[in-house]
Design a protein around this ligand. Structure first.
Ligand code: FMN
Length: 207
Protein backbone atom coordinates (compact mmCIF):
# COMPACT_ATOMS: atom_id res chain seq x y z
CA UNK A 1 0.00 0.00 0.00
CA UNK A 2 0.98 3.63 -0.34
CA UNK A 3 -0.64 6.65 1.24
CA UNK A 4 0.09 10.32 1.86
CA UNK A 5 -0.33 11.29 5.52
CA UNK A 6 -1.59 14.78 4.72
CA UNK A 7 -4.37 13.32 2.56
CA UNK A 8 -5.40 10.84 5.31
CA UNK A 9 -5.85 8.27 2.56
CA UNK A 10 -4.33 5.16 4.14
CA UNK A 11 -7.75 3.52 4.13
CA UNK A 12 -7.08 2.38 7.71
CA UNK A 13 -9.05 3.58 10.71
CA UNK A 14 -5.90 5.01 12.31
CA UNK A 15 -2.94 6.54 10.50
CA UNK A 16 -0.25 3.83 10.94
CA UNK A 17 2.79 6.11 10.69
CA UNK A 18 3.56 6.12 14.41
CA UNK A 19 3.29 2.32 14.40
CA UNK A 20 6.12 2.22 11.85
CA UNK A 21 8.69 4.36 13.65
CA UNK A 22 9.30 2.02 16.54
CA UNK A 23 10.31 1.42 19.20
CA UNK A 24 10.43 5.01 20.39
CA UNK A 25 12.27 5.63 23.65
CA UNK A 26 10.25 7.44 26.29
CA UNK A 27 11.67 10.56 27.90
CA UNK A 28 9.87 10.86 31.19
CA UNK A 29 10.35 14.58 31.63
CA UNK A 30 10.33 16.17 35.08
CA UNK A 31 10.29 19.93 35.43
CA UNK A 32 9.18 22.66 37.83
CA UNK A 33 7.30 25.90 37.35
CA UNK A 34 8.53 29.26 38.62
CA UNK A 35 6.89 28.53 41.98
CA UNK A 36 8.76 25.23 42.27
CA UNK A 37 5.73 23.02 41.64
CA UNK A 38 6.64 19.67 40.08
CA UNK A 39 5.46 18.44 36.70
CA UNK A 40 6.07 15.02 35.15
CA UNK A 41 5.01 13.72 31.73
CA UNK A 42 6.13 11.09 29.18
CA UNK A 43 7.29 12.05 25.68
CA UNK A 44 8.06 9.45 23.00
CA UNK A 45 9.13 12.07 20.53
CA UNK A 46 12.40 11.87 22.42
CA UNK A 47 15.99 11.05 21.60
CA UNK A 48 19.66 11.90 21.95
CA UNK A 49 20.77 14.01 19.01
CA UNK A 50 24.40 14.97 19.72
CA UNK A 51 27.35 13.47 21.58
CA UNK A 52 29.65 16.32 22.41
CA UNK A 53 28.15 18.03 24.26
CA UNK A 54 25.47 15.41 24.83
CA UNK A 55 22.18 16.90 23.64
CA UNK A 56 18.68 15.48 24.05
CA UNK A 57 15.42 16.50 22.46
CA UNK A 58 11.78 15.99 23.31
CA UNK A 59 8.87 17.32 21.32
CA UNK A 60 5.66 18.65 22.88
CA UNK A 61 3.02 18.54 20.17
CA UNK A 62 -0.46 19.97 20.30
CA UNK A 63 -1.97 21.93 23.16
CA UNK A 64 -3.93 21.34 26.36
CA UNK A 65 -7.72 21.20 26.18
CA UNK A 66 -7.96 24.88 27.18
CA UNK A 67 -5.63 25.81 24.30
CA UNK A 68 -2.61 26.54 26.51
CA UNK A 69 0.84 25.08 25.91
CA UNK A 70 1.80 21.80 27.58
CA UNK A 71 3.16 22.33 31.10
CA UNK A 72 6.50 20.64 30.36
CA UNK A 73 7.24 23.11 27.55
CA UNK A 74 6.12 26.10 29.60
CA UNK A 75 8.20 25.05 32.63
CA UNK A 76 11.36 24.12 30.77
CA UNK A 77 11.44 27.38 28.82
CA UNK A 78 10.79 29.48 31.93
CA UNK A 79 13.02 27.67 34.43
CA UNK A 80 15.72 26.49 32.02
CA UNK A 81 16.04 22.88 33.16
CA UNK A 82 14.52 19.43 33.00
CA UNK A 83 15.32 15.83 33.82
CA UNK A 84 14.74 12.90 31.44
CA UNK A 85 13.95 9.90 33.64
CA UNK A 86 13.97 6.34 32.26
CA UNK A 87 10.54 4.72 32.12
CA UNK A 88 10.84 1.04 33.02
CA UNK A 89 8.50 -1.94 33.01
CA UNK A 90 8.16 -1.73 36.81
CA UNK A 91 7.14 1.93 36.51
CA UNK A 92 4.86 1.54 33.48
CA UNK A 93 1.58 2.16 35.30
CA UNK A 94 2.97 5.21 37.08
CA UNK A 95 4.31 6.50 33.76
CA UNK A 96 0.87 6.12 32.23
CA UNK A 97 -0.78 7.99 35.12
CA UNK A 98 1.61 10.90 34.59
CA UNK A 99 0.37 11.40 31.01
CA UNK A 100 -2.91 12.72 32.42
CA UNK A 101 -3.57 16.33 31.39
CA UNK A 102 -3.65 17.91 34.87
CA UNK A 103 -4.02 21.66 35.33
CA UNK A 104 -0.72 23.59 35.49
CA UNK A 105 0.82 23.41 38.95
CA UNK A 106 -0.79 20.06 39.85
CA UNK A 107 1.80 17.32 40.14
CA UNK A 108 1.33 14.19 38.02
CA UNK A 109 4.12 12.65 40.12
CA UNK A 110 2.04 13.00 43.28
CA UNK A 111 -0.99 11.58 41.48
CA UNK A 112 1.10 8.55 40.48
CA UNK A 113 2.47 8.14 44.03
CA UNK A 114 6.02 8.81 42.87
CA UNK A 115 8.64 10.30 45.16
CA UNK A 116 10.68 13.08 43.57
CA UNK A 117 14.19 13.85 44.82
CA UNK A 118 16.40 16.87 44.17
CA UNK A 119 18.83 16.76 41.27
CA UNK A 120 22.56 17.42 41.73
CA UNK A 121 22.91 20.27 39.27
CA UNK A 122 19.61 21.46 37.81
CA UNK A 123 16.56 22.87 39.56
CA UNK A 124 14.16 20.21 38.28
CA UNK A 125 13.88 17.12 40.51
CA UNK A 126 14.12 13.50 39.34
CA UNK A 127 11.98 10.40 39.84
CA UNK A 128 13.57 8.53 42.76
CA UNK A 129 12.39 5.09 41.60
CA UNK A 130 13.79 5.46 38.08
CA UNK A 131 17.20 3.77 37.67
CA UNK A 132 18.45 6.38 35.17
CA UNK A 133 17.96 10.14 35.23
CA UNK A 134 19.57 12.66 32.90
CA UNK A 135 19.82 16.19 34.25
CA UNK A 136 19.49 18.70 31.42
CA UNK A 137 20.06 22.40 31.02
CA UNK A 138 17.61 23.88 28.55
CA UNK A 139 19.31 24.96 25.33
CA UNK A 140 16.65 26.10 22.88
CA UNK A 141 13.26 25.36 21.36
CA UNK A 142 12.47 25.09 17.68
CA UNK A 143 8.94 25.69 16.40
CA UNK A 144 8.06 23.30 13.60
CA UNK A 145 5.39 23.68 10.92
CA UNK A 146 1.88 22.68 11.95
CA UNK A 147 -1.27 21.96 9.96
CA UNK A 148 -3.33 23.60 12.74
CA UNK A 149 -2.08 26.81 14.37
CA UNK A 150 -3.95 25.86 17.56
CA UNK A 151 -1.83 22.68 17.80
CA UNK A 152 1.78 23.86 17.74
CA UNK A 153 4.73 21.51 17.24
CA UNK A 154 7.87 22.32 19.20
CA UNK A 155 11.18 20.56 19.73
CA UNK A 156 12.97 21.26 22.99
CA UNK A 157 16.72 20.67 23.23
CA UNK A 158 18.65 20.18 26.46
CA UNK A 159 22.32 19.73 27.31
CA UNK A 160 22.86 16.65 29.51
CA UNK A 161 24.91 18.00 32.42
CA UNK A 162 24.46 15.16 34.91
CA UNK A 163 23.77 11.43 34.66
CA UNK A 164 22.37 9.25 37.45
CA UNK A 165 22.70 5.47 37.03
CA UNK A 166 21.60 2.89 39.57
CA UNK A 167 24.83 0.99 40.40
CA UNK A 168 22.88 -2.27 40.05
CA UNK A 169 22.87 -1.72 36.28
CA UNK A 170 26.66 -1.73 35.96
CA UNK A 171 28.15 -5.10 35.01
CA UNK A 172 31.85 -5.43 34.11
CA UNK A 173 32.18 -1.71 33.56
CA UNK A 174 29.20 -1.40 31.20
CA UNK A 175 25.54 -0.63 31.65
CA UNK A 176 23.38 -3.75 31.31
CA UNK A 177 20.17 -1.97 30.35
CA UNK A 178 18.20 -5.23 30.37
CA UNK A 179 18.43 -5.02 34.17
CA UNK A 180 16.37 -1.82 34.03
CA UNK A 181 13.84 -3.22 31.52
CA UNK A 182 13.13 0.10 29.75
CA UNK A 183 9.80 0.42 28.00
CA UNK A 184 9.36 1.95 24.57
CA UNK A 185 6.38 3.29 22.70
CA UNK A 186 4.99 1.36 19.75
CA UNK A 187 1.98 2.36 17.67
CA UNK A 188 -1.56 2.63 18.96
CA UNK A 189 -1.57 1.82 22.73
CA UNK A 190 1.21 -0.74 22.46
CA UNK A 191 4.55 -0.79 24.25
CA UNK A 192 7.71 -2.87 24.02
CA UNK A 193 10.01 -3.86 26.86
CA UNK A 194 13.74 -4.13 26.27
CA UNK A 195 14.85 -7.28 28.03
CA UNK A 196 16.92 -8.90 25.28
CA UNK A 197 19.82 -7.46 23.32
CA UNK A 198 22.30 -8.83 20.80
CA UNK A 199 25.78 -7.77 19.84
CA UNK A 200 27.18 -6.95 16.43
CA UNK A 201 30.53 -5.26 15.84
CA UNK A 202 31.07 -2.92 12.89
CA UNK A 203 33.15 -4.17 9.93
CA UNK A 204 35.90 -1.70 10.76
CA UNK A 205 36.01 -3.10 14.29
CA UNK A 206 34.11 -0.20 15.87
CA UNK A 207 32.84 -0.68 19.42
C1 FMN B 1 4.02 6.89 26.31
C2 FMN B 1 3.56 8.28 26.00
C3 FMN B 1 4.29 9.08 25.14
C4 FMN B 1 3.89 10.38 24.86
N1 FMN B 1 4.64 11.14 24.00
C5 FMN B 1 4.29 12.43 23.75
C6 FMN B 1 5.11 13.24 22.90
O1 FMN B 1 6.14 12.83 22.39
N2 FMN B 1 4.71 14.52 22.71
C7 FMN B 1 3.60 15.04 23.30
O2 FMN B 1 3.31 16.21 23.10
N3 FMN B 1 2.81 14.29 24.11
C8 FMN B 1 3.15 13.00 24.36
N4 FMN B 1 2.38 12.24 25.20
C9 FMN B 1 1.24 12.87 25.88
C10 FMN B 1 1.73 13.73 27.05
O3 FMN B 1 2.37 12.92 28.02
C11 FMN B 1 0.51 14.45 27.67
O4 FMN B 1 0.01 15.39 26.73
C12 FMN B 1 0.81 15.14 28.97
O5 FMN B 1 -0.42 15.55 29.55
C13 FMN B 1 1.67 16.38 28.81
O6 FMN B 1 1.87 16.85 30.10
P1 FMN B 1 2.26 18.33 30.50
O7 FMN B 1 1.13 19.27 30.04
O8 FMN B 1 2.35 18.21 31.99
O9 FMN B 1 3.58 18.66 29.83
C14 FMN B 1 2.72 10.91 25.46
C15 FMN B 1 1.95 10.11 26.32
C16 FMN B 1 2.36 8.80 26.58
C17 FMN B 1 1.55 7.93 27.50
Amino acid sequence: MFYEPRLKNSGLAIDPLKALIVPRPIGWISSIDLEGRVNLAPFSFFNMVADSPPILMFAPTGAKADGSRKDSLENVEKVGAFVANLATYDLKDAMNVTSAPLPAGESEAAKAGLEMVPSQIVAAPRVKASPVALECRYLQSVSLPTLDPDQPNTVVFGDVVGVHIDDALIVDGRVDITRARPIARMGYSLYAVIDQVFKMTRPAGGA
